[in-house]
Design a protein around this ligand. Structure first.
Ligand code: CAP
Ligand code: MG
Length: 399
């Protein structure tokens, strides 16, 4: 059985050689600790981690560590992370260390993958290659169920394919799910009757791991046609439970709130790539991976690579829809699509609800920007014939 190979970027502590620092990672995460111990029976040595290769870089090193496959409990992602991303981050021998990625054999990926995946979500909406346009209910919290439904209806009338709860809205008393969902879905049914277009509504069911499937089934029984989970906050186990639950019969949208606490520092923490791999394994149909031009800090190269992990080969697992979101507006659409391609969900909250003529016009402007790109017509050119887009470009500019 092939083993797991994890790649880290690290800076040894002063006075520590890169070889010694790397050995500390391999030992700490497998059979060792800070001193030799008398209890390690010889047969345990087969589980020793191995420093495979150390490559010097500009002021840091890259290292590949081999972890024997037998260390991992097949199907238990939390346990996997305790090895590849466990105590090592706190070791004094390392001034900093970042977990960049991992190569995991098929035998340790006994997960179903996305149920709907890109093609299934496209089938619901009725698209083949056009980027999907999504919005987030804004303000994030505070609206009543009626006002939430009205905002959703306006966005759907304007042409969005997806509406989602924000990462902080769950089942609070000011907007309980049991009232919010039926009202929003009633509006989306009306849009379907009026336009023939199906729109998805991702209900945020983030809650206790032992209740999240029940919460999702409740949302579905209230009419939800998509559910959303803040995966890092709820835990990968919660996503796994949603992905494997027969009662979760709708696509799963995965938000990554809190990720930047781990992913942002390029010297220390965990890159988005291994997290994206796990989300695909566990059944995320859509996952936020960042923009190349929005309000959150990102490097285009990293986002492109993370999206490739969601859409490239993965032992036959279906492809997860990458979501580009955060500070987007119609003037940024071209930049996103030129860099990230069209198999993507472009999401805008402020960039739709902040349009000078309101939510419906904001949604229309986003769709018009996407249409201009797909028809290969320069944005400003297209805006001359499309009032909503023209207004948006006037307000927020291009790029
Ligand atoms: C975007 C958003 C999303 C971010 C998350 C927000 O709103 O709703 O949560 O996209 O970041 O709350 O900021 P705006 P990421 O469109 O109004 O910016 O996608 O990088 O995980
Ligand atoms: Mg948000």
């Amino acid at each position: 059985m092939p083993d797991v190979i994890a790649t880290y970027r690290f800076i040894p502590d002063k006075g520590t050689s890169p070889e010694e620092a790397a050995r500390w990672i391999a030992e700490e995460e497998t059979t060792g600790t800070w001193t030799a111990i008398g209890t390690t029976a010889e047969y345990v040595r087969r589980l020793d981690g191995e420093v495979m290769e150390i490559t010097p870089g500009q002021g840091h090193y890259h290292v590949k560590i081999r972890y024997p496959a037998e260390i991992f409990e097949p199907g238990n992602v939390a346990q996997y992370l305790s090895v590849v991303a466990g105590n090592l981050f706190g070791l004094k021998k390392l001034a900093s260390v970042r977990f960049l990625d991992m190569d995991v054999p098929e035998s340790l990926i006994p997960f179903a993958g996305p149920k709907f995946w890109i093609r299934g979500v496209r089938a619901i909406i009725g698209t083949t290659n056009r980027p999907h346009v999504g919005t987030i209910i804004k303000p994030k919290v505070g609206l009543t169920p009626d006002d939430t439904a009205e905002v959703a209806y306006q966005a759907a009338v304007g042409g969005v394919d997806l509406i989602k709860d924000d990462e902080t809205l769950t089942d609070q008393a000011f907007c309980p799910m049991r009232e919010r969902v039926p009202k929003v879905m009633a509006g989306l049914r009306k849009v379907k009757e009026e336009t023939g277009r199906q729109v998805l509504y991702a209900v945020n069911v983030t809650s206790r791991a032992d209740r999240i499937v029940e919460k999702a089934e409740e949302a579905i029984s209230l009419g939800a046609n998509m559910v959303m989970v803040d995966v890092l906050i709820a835990g990968f186990g919660a996503l796994q439970a949603l992905g494997e639950a027969p009662g979760v019969t709708v696509p799963i949208h995965v938000h990554r709130a809190m990720h930047a606490a781990m992913t942002r520092n390029k010297e220390h923490g965990i890159a988005m790539r291994p997290l994206a791999r796990i989300v695909r394994w566990l059944g995320g149909d859509q996952l936020h991976t960042g923009t190349v031009s929005g309000k959150m800090s990102h490097e285009a190269e990293e986002v492109v690579g993370d999206n490739r992990v969601l859409t490239g080969p993965c032992f036959g697992k279906k492809r997860t829809f990458p979501v580009s979101s955060g500070g987007l507006h119609p003037g940024k659409v071209f930049r996103e699509l030129e860099t990230l391609g069209t198999d993507i969900v472009l999401q805008a909250g402020g960039g739709i609800h902040g349009h000078p003529d309101g939510t419906a016009a904001g949604a229309m402007a986003m769709r018009q920007a996407v249409d201009a790109f797909m028809e290969e017509i320069p944005l400003q050119e297209y805006a001359k014939q499309h009032y909503e887009l023209e207004r948006a470009l006037k307000q927020w500019g291009v790029g």
